[in-house]
Design a protein around this ligand. Structure first.
Ligand code: SF4
Length: 60
């Protein structure tokens, strides 16, 4: 379990990341080590780590 800032450009805080996370006004708590990218121009359908990133990152 780890915390990330809303504007941190990593998968953990990306709109297209599928994982278990708790989102509040200032930060995001990710409950898993990995997640899945659901964006076709990102790493579509691949498992990525919370700290991974790509140019298609989008804020939640
Ligand atoms: S690979 Fe890119 S688009 Fe996919 S979840 Fe991570 S930052 Fe978002």
């Amino acid at each position: 379990m780890k915390m990330y800032f809303q504007n941190e450009k990593v998968c953990a805080s990306c709109k297209y990341y599928e994982t278990r996370r708790i989102i509040n006004s200032s930060c995001i708590e990710v409950l898993e080590m990995m997640g899945r990218c659901s964006y076709k121009d990102g790493f579509f359908n691949m498992n990525t780590f919370n700290m991974s990133t790509c140019p298609s990152w989008k804020r939640l």
